[in-house]
Design a protein around this ligand. Structure first.
Ligand code: F6R
Length: 244
């Protein structure tokens, strides 16, 4: 793991954007794996700026998102479909037909999982962006999820629902289930870029880098991937630095 520690969120986002720009410059038809949540927002703003500055074009880029809530209409403002459209896709020159998120029809959950898995198995992700949960999840692979899982339907941890309730009016509105790439899908990516900021991530970052590889801390599997870049701010790095 290549661990890069930055002063703050701004620097983390810029360094991550530089890596994405470099990836797409080297291979204009790159396949990117994308995450949602608060962490990559700064990165996406920097990518929009890089597009306006003509430093990058997404014309030939294809994207696959990690996950989507189950049972939330894709038109719901908190759906990941809307998140990606609002924060990235609507602001760059990407062909929307090259952007993919898992479908989330809760009447046909297993079919949705199978279809997304089939789609992913036809491609190879060049660069996968990841955030990390305060419980060590990546995608929505919650603690205890088998490392062998491919796209599947997950029941969200109480901790995850609590962490995400800030996006909703009330905890009861936070979906209980999601569809997510499994660890196996994520580990197939050629390069993984994991971002984290803030003290509430310091515990999971420490265990991800220094702890045993265990399904109880899903991100720890990344220790076994040959090409992982971790970009974190000083707060997220604090426990790791204390114990380095
Ligand atoms: C989102 C995702 C999640 C988030 C994680 C951190 O697509 O897969 O693993 O990356 O929950 O979320 P934030 O960035 O909101 O702290």
């Amino acid at each position: 793991m290549n661990v890069i520690i930055c002063k703050n969120y701004e620097e983390m986002s810029q360094k991550a954007a530089d890596i994405v720009v470099q990836q797409v410059t080297q291979k204009i038809n790159s396949v990117l794996g994308l995450a949602t949540g608060s962490t990559p927002l700064g990165l996406y703003q920097k990518l929009v700026k890089a597009y306006h500055d003509k430093d990058i074009s997404f014309k030939d880029v294809t994207t696959y998102n990690l996950d989507e809530y189950m049972g939330l209409d894709v038109s719901h403002p908190q759906s990941y479909h809307q998140f990606m459209y609002k924060h990235l896709f609507s602001q760059i020159d990407i062909d929307l037909s090259n952007t993919h998120l898992p479908k989330n029809d809760h009447h046909h959950m297993q079919e949705c999982a199978k279809a997304y898995h089939k789609l992913l198995s036809k491609t190879a992700i060049d660069l996968q962006i990841l955030g990390i949960g305060s419980n060590g999840h990546i995608g929505f692979n919650e603690p205890g999820t088998p490392f062998g899982n491919e796209v599947f339907i997950v029941e969200l941890d109480e901790q995850t629902r609590n962490d995400n309730k800030r996006f909703f009016n009330h905890i009861d509105e936070v979906p209980t289930h999601a569809i997510t790439m499994g660890i196996k899908n994520i580990m197939r990516s050629k390069h993984i870029l994991l971002l984290a900021s803030g003290i509430e991530k310091s515990e999971s970052i420490y265990h991800m880098i220094k702890g045993p590889v265990t399904e109880n801390l899903p991100a720890s599997i990344l220790q076994l991937h040959p090409n992982v870049t971790v970009i974190i701010d000083e707060k997220a790095a604090s426990k790791y630095l204390e114990n380095a």
